[in-house]
Design a protein around this ligand. Structure first.
Ligand SMILES: [Zn+2]
Length: 343
């Protein structure tokens, strides 16, 4: 069933499926929640159910009829997606939508208009859309999708029925990545852990941080006590050029410290028991590295990294912040060199 492909949004789906089954679908919905958690997929799945030619049950869709196939390939005349052309959704795009809404649904079913990133409507476009929301055409349902509802006009917000979407659990993201992208579990779990509740972010991150880069960054963490101050400053200068790069690096190190604590807590010789490591594929390296630190030391490193993430979010000097962190990390006694990923 297509609705089964949407993970972790039970309460939103219950509201919408009940409305669909009861023929009480509202003319305009606002789907709000973090990016990459299934809002657009839900709107498209509803559009399929509204138009399916051989639904297996009331409010379901078959995924095989010509209507379902057209929606899957973005070719259905009555399923209209409007999204930013560049940075914003412009008034011309809304006028084109309104021109199409003058006609009855072309394929005889119900029409679904999905405005994705509705917070990108510029003022003129938002005001134009307001007219459609005030007098919604027959057989038409609008789905406004946003992760930033406060950027929408209050008059638009008040004309939509709100449905909230939640951040996803790591487990749900793993399932999505494995099902939709056939990722191996190790890879899915690692990026899901980094993604802060968004399957979309896990995918974006996987394009930015490949596995080799992760090993390089963990090696830098592990070897910092053997580096000279000059070498450390050079690394900071290089990494600090890109804000995304610094953010990814800090998040990765924080999760690494978290793994060191977990490994230490589980004790030697108990691999595979208890809490799962995020860097599960590097369990031997985690166990080796954990021996170098006390719990107190790991605790203070975790706090320091979190503080630095916050100050960078508030536009502190990235290079200076990273230098502070790495020079503090260097104070650790050292210990033996660890070889990452040598298997
Ligand atoms: Zn169908």
């Amino acid at each position: 069933m297509p609705f089964d492909q949407i993970e972790g949004q039970e309460s939103a789906l219950t509201i919408l499926r009940n409305a669909l089954r009861g023929g009480r679908l509202a003319h305009a919905y606002l789907f709000l929640g973090p990016e990459g958690v299934g809002k657009r997929l839900t709107a498209l799945t509803l559009a399929k159910s509204m138009n399916c030619q051989s639904p297996p049950a009331v409010g379901e869709s078959c995924a095989r009829c010509s209507s379902c196939i057209k929606i899957d390939s973005s070719n259905h005349a009555d399923v209209i997606v409007v999204e930013p052309a560049g940075e914003v959704i412009k008034i011309d795009q809304i006028r084109e939508l309104q021109r199409r809404l003058h006609y009855r649904p072309l394929e005889g079913g119900k029409r679904a208009c999905i405005i994705d990133s509705a917070d990108s409507l510029n003022d003129a476009a938002a005001n134009a859309l307001l007219k459609t929301l005030e007098e919604p055409p027959d057989e038409t349902h609008l789905f406004l999708i946003t992760s930033r509802p406060h950027q929408l006009l209050p008059t638009i917000l008040s004309r939509c029925q709100w449905v909230k979407f939640r951040p996803l659990s790591v487990g749900h993201i793993v399932q999505i990545l494995q099902k939709a992208h056939s990722w191996p579990e190790e890879r899915a779990y690692f990026f899901a852990s980094l993604a802060g509740g968004s399957a979309g972010k896990a995918l974006t991150l996987s394009n930015r941080v490949d596995f080799q880069k992760r090993l390089d960054w963990l090696r830098t963490f592990s070897d910092v006590s053997r580096k000279t101050t000059e070498e450390i400053l050079a690394i900071c200068e290089r990494v600090a050029k890109e804000e995304e790069e610094v953010n990814d690096l800090l998040e990765l190190w924080k999760l690494w410290v978290r793994d060191l604590v977990v490994s230490k807590a589980q004790g030697e010789g108990s691999e595979g028991s208890g809490l799962r490591l995020i860097n599960h594929d590097l369990a031997p390296e985690v166990a080796e590295e954990a021996k170098k630190y006390s719990f107190d030391r790991l605790d203070s490193l975790f706090t320091l990294i979190s503080d630095i993430q916050k100050s960078i979010a508030q536009k502190a000097n990235r290079q200076l912040a990273l230098e502070t962190l790495m020079l503090e990390m260097k104070k650790n006694s050292g210990g033996k060199e660890i070889y990452f990923g040598r298997r």
